[in-house]
Design a protein around this ligand. Structure first.
Ligand code: SF4
Length: 398
C-alpha cells in the first residue's frame, strides 16, 4: 500500500485541513494529526505504515484512492476507459458547415478566409449515404460555418432526409444569431435542434465595434431581439440556450454585469439558459488584448461562488474515431479550426476511399496521448486532461 501521487493537501486560512485525490475526485476534511501524517508521507511515501491504522479508516482511504496498491494500474484503468470511449463507433458526431460564408466581419475571426462556398444537394445526399453506411446508434450534428443560417435550407433539407430515412439524431446550432427569424424558429423542432449557441462580445457598445456586419452595421440589438423571439417560442422549452460572452483584457471587467443583466432580462421566460465566458486568446488574433492562461484561471476562481473540478475526462470530438467536420464541398476534417486548411484535410465525402490522409487522422486519434508519456503520468492533473490536449499537442509536435 502506498500514498498516492494524486493526493493534494490543502490548508485553509481558517485552519481547516483537507486532502484531495484527483483520481477519485474526492475531497476529505481531515484532523490535524492526520494532516501531519500525510504531510510527511508526501515527502517520503515509503514511510507508510498501515499496521496500526484503524481498518475502517484504512478501507475508506483506499476506496478514495488516497492509499493505493499501485498508481500505475489506476492510470492504466483510466486510460482504458478513455480509449474505449474514443473508439466507440456506435456514436457519431458530425459538425457540418452548410456554408463558409458569413454575414459578420468579427475582428478576431479565426476563419480568416470565408469564401462564398455553399453545400449542394448532392453533397447533402453524400452525407446521408455516409451516415447510413456508418449506421451509428447515436448521431449528433453540430451546424457550424461561416454562419450556418445563411444556408438554413441545407439544415432543413438534410435534417428531413435523415428523419425520412429513420435516422435518429440530435442537433446543435452555432450561430451569430442575426438571421434567426420567426420563420426559422418555427422550423427548429423539425430539425431536431436541441441546443443553440449565440455569441455576444459584452456590452452593446463593445459588441457592435467587434461583431459587426460585413457592411460594418451594428448587430447587438437585433441579436437580442432574435434571442427574445426564440425564448417566447414553444420550441425553446426543450432546448439549451447558450450565450457565450467573448472576453479579453479590455472587457473582462464587464462580464459579470453583462451576465447579470441578461439573466434578469430573460428570467421571465423560464428557459434553460447558460451564460458563460468565451476566452479570446492569442490563437485567434495576436493583435487583440488577449488573455493569458493565468488571467483565465484568476478570473474563473474569483468569479465562481463554488468550484469543484470535473475529472470525467471528456475528450475533444476530434479525438473520437467516428467524428468529423464536413465542409460545404464535402471535405473532411477532424478539428473545427482546420476548415479550409489543406494541410489538415483528411479526404472528401465524394471519394471512394474517404480518408486519404491517415497521417493526420492518426495524429488526431492517437497522437499526443498524455497517458503514453512518463512525465504526464506523474502529473496530478492528468485526470482532467482531455478536451484541449489534442490540438495543442498536434501543433507542438508539428
Ligand atoms: S460570426 Fe463567426 S464566422 Fe462570422 S466573422 Fe464572426 S467569428 Fe467569424
Amino acid at each position: 500500500m502506498k500514498y498516492s501521487t494524486f493526493n493534494e493537501l490543502i490548508k485553509l486560512d481558517n485552519n481547516k485541513k483537507y486532502i484531495y485525490n484527483s483520481l477519485s475526485n474526492c475531497l476529505l476534511q481531515i484532523e490535524d494529526d492526520m494532516y501531519s501524517k500525510f504531510e510527511s508521507l508526501s515527502s517520503d511515501s515509503s514511510s507508510l505504515n498501515v499496521s496500526n491504522m484503524d481498518t475502517k479508516i484504512l478501507n475508506k482511504l483506499s476506496e478514495f484512492k488516497i492509499f493505493t496498491e499501485n498508481d500505475e494500474v489506476e492510470i492504466d484503468r483510466l486510460h482504458m476507459h478513455m480509449l474505449a470511449s474514443r473508439f466507440d463507433a456506435t456514436r457519431m458526431n458530425l459538425t457540418i458547415a452548410p456554408t463558409r460564408a458569413c454575414n459578420f466581419n468579427c475582428t478576431y475571426c479565426y476563419e480568416v478566409f470565408r469564401p462564398a462556398e455553399h453545400m449542394t444537394k448532392n453533397t447533402e445526399d453524400k452525407i446521408l449515404d455516409f451516415v447510413k453506411k456508418s449506421n451509428p446508434k447515436k448521431l449528433h450534428i453540430t451546424w457550424y460555418g461561416g454562419e450556418p443560417l445563411l444556408k438554413f435550407e441545407t439544415i432543413e433539407r438534410l435534417s428531413n432526409k435523415l428523419s425520412e430515412n429513420g435516422i435518429v439524431f440530435s442537433g446543435m446550432l452555432i450561430t451569430n444569431g442575426y438571421l434567426l427569424t420567426k420563420n426559422i424558429i418555427s422550423k427548429l423542432g423539425d430539425c431536431e435542434i436541441k441546443s443553440i449557441q449565440f455569441t455576444l462580445d459584452g456590452v452593446e457598445s463593445v459588441h457592435d465595434k467587434r461583431r459587426m456586419l460585413l457592411s460594418g452595421g451594428k448587430t447587438y440589438k437585433r441579436i437580442l431581439l432574435n434571442i427574445t423571439e426564440l425564448l417566447k417560442s414553444s420550441v425553446s422549452q426543450n432546448m439549451i440556450i447558450k450565450i457565450r460572452i467573448n472576453v479579453d483584457q479590455s472587457n473582462i471587467n464587464d462580464y459579470s454585469q453583462v451576465k447579470e443583466s441578461l439573466q434578469t432580462k430573460f428570467l421571465q421566460y423560464n428557459r434553460n439558459i447558460v451564460i458563460y465566458p468565451g476566452w479570446v486568446t492569442g490563437e485567434t488574433n495576436p493583435d487583440l488584448p488577449c488573455l493569458s492562461k493565468s488571467d483565465i484561471s484568476e478570473f474563473t476562481l474569483s468569479n465562481s461562488k463554488s468550484f469543484f473540478p470535473n475529472n470525467s475526462m471528456i475528450e475533444c470530438m476530434a479525438r473520437h474515431v467516428n467524428s468529423f467536420l464536413i465542409g460545404p464541398n464535402g471535405d473532411l476534417y477532424k478539428c473545427w479550426h482546420n476548415l479550409g486548411n489543406e494541410n489538415y484535410k483528411l479526404g472528401n465525402i465524394y471519394d471512394d476511399r474517404l480518408i486519404i490522409n491517415d497521417l493526420v487522422l492518426s495524429k488526431f486519434i492517437i497522437g499526443t496521448d498524455p497517458f503514453l508519456h512518463q512525465e504526464c503520468r506523474k502529473c496530478k492533473i492528468l485526470p482532467y486532461v482531455g478536451v484541449d490536449v489534442q490540438w495543442k499537442g498536434l501543433k507542438i509536435s508539428s
